[in-house]
Design a protein around this ligand. Structure first.
Ligand code: ADP
Length: 398
């Protein structure tokens, strides 16, 4: 089956055309700066990366540019648009409405609209992507795959905050968790890799990218996760603060006379790795400075490691038996030093990594632990787009 996977942001449209039989992307690309000086980049058939200006004032125009490129006679990837069997959309927030992927119809669109209130930055552009596809390809089935869905199995004790209960009842303020598509994909692949049944598999997935979250998976189901009501909670991230004492917010507002919007901006865009290091939100740049002896760079990486270790520790207690601790996404897949520091000194808990294996990971799934380690430590590459394509296929087949 050929599935067009769409990830629509406020001014961007990312896509991949995936063949679910080979589980490979036929092509992928991105239109950025929609509405201003839009740019289109994609991978050509010969593997070259091509970038050009694009006349995309809105998501519908952007989608038309993508589709024209896909079926471009001579240089395209499909003979006609009929070859696209379905479209799979990444939708950030499904709240309590969605615990799995669904075929998109009027009712689903209304429900996604309803979730815009608690995800005002993410759901409206996701919806724009869906509406653009409905307009341009009205006869093609569309499926919504939600970032929050995998976490809908969390028990109340994990998703409720200890604030007056009516805030949950009136406004839906609770932990939702995000990156669910990645956590599920990585957990499933890891069970497969270790020859374990997914519904008996216990693991801790550390999705560490620019945005990061950690999930406790028990018998193949999410039972707790570090991101909360929004993707701001949890471990330290590229530009987000992760969990902090909420009273800090009042102090910041009072001392610097800041509005809620200003504080929101600081905590989402100017905190985390960039705020602490003053260098970059990219951990590679901070690592380079740490090697040179920059103390602030060094402490930034240590704060990050500590925040990750706290979740690993908490989830070990929560799960009791941990079959695997899994690292994924930009940092988790590439930064051997962070992986090493996250599980250092846990020999007494049966967690021992082989330093050489950990340093010599080359892109594909790798068991980093020693033979004697009772918990496996894995590097497992994530692939959210493939998971969306496979989910779309499953929904299509009913
Ligand atoms: P996103 O959350 O945007 O999907 P990614 O999962 O692609 O992010 O991760 C991006 C981050 O991964 C970068 O900001 C950088 O900090 C980190 N990263 C990527 N490659 C490396 C590397 N080789 N070493 C350390 N960190 C890396």
């Amino acid at each position: 089956m050929k599935v067009l996977v769409i990830n629509a942001g406020s001014s961007s449209l990312k896509y991949q055309l995936i063949d679910t039989a080979t589980q490979q992307a036929i092509t992928k690309g991105l239109i950025e700066k929609i509405g201003a000086d839009a740019e289109f980049s994609f991978t050509a058939r010969n593997g070259d990366k091509i970038k050009s200006a694009a006349a995309a004032k809105n998501h519908t125009q952007a989608l038309n540019i993508v589709l024209d490129n896909l079926k471009d006679p001579g240089n395209g990837f499909i003979g006609s648009l009929d070859e696209i069997d379905a479209i799979g959309h990444r939708v950030v927030h499904g709240a309590e409405e969605f615990s799995g992927s669904v075929k998109i119809d009027e009712r689903v669109i209304r429900a996604i609209e309803k979730c815009c209130e608690i995800a005002p930055l993410h759901n409206p552009p996701n919806l724009q992507g869906i509406l653009a596809c409905e307009e341009v390809l009205p006869d093609t089935t569309q499926v919504a795959v939600f970032d929050t869905a995998f976490h809908q199995t969390m028990p109340k004790s994990a998703f409720l905050y200890a604030i007056p209960y009516e805030y949950y009842e009136k406004y839906g303020i609770r932990r939702y968790g995000f990156h669910g598509t990645s956590h599920r994909y990585v957990a499933m692949k890891s069970a497969e890799f270790l020859n374990k049944k997914f519904d008996e598999f216990n693991c801790i997935v550390c999705h560490l990218g620019n945005g990061s979250s950690i999930t406790a998976v028990k018998n193949g189901r999410s039972v707790d996760t570090s991101m909360g009501y929004t993707p701001l909670e949890g471990v330290v991230m590229g530009t987000r603060c992760g969990s902090i004492d909420p009273a800090i917010i009042f102090t910041m507002m009072e001392k610097d006379n800041l509005s809620t919007k200003q504080v929101n901006d600081i905590l989402n865009k100017k905190s985390g790795l960039i705020g602490l290091s003053g260098i970059s939100n990219d951990l590679r740049a901070i690592w380079e400075e740490e090697i040179k002896g920059n103390e602030r760079a060094s402490v930034t990486r240590e704060v990050l490691v500590k925040s990750i270790r706290k979740y690993i520790g908490a989830y070990m207690v929560e799960l009791g038996r941990v079959d695997a601790i899994i690292f994924t996404a930009g940092i988790g897949e590439n930064d051997w030093n962070i992986r090493e520091r996250c599980v250092a000194g846990l020999e007494n808990f049966g967690i021992i990594i082989d330093s050489d294996k950990n340093r010599n990971v080359r892109g594909s799934a790798t068991d980093l632990s020693t033979d004697g380690s009772t918990t496996r430590v894995l590097m497992m590459p994530t692939n959210e787009e493939l998971m969306i394509a496979l989910e779309t296929e499953t929904v299509m087949k009913g």
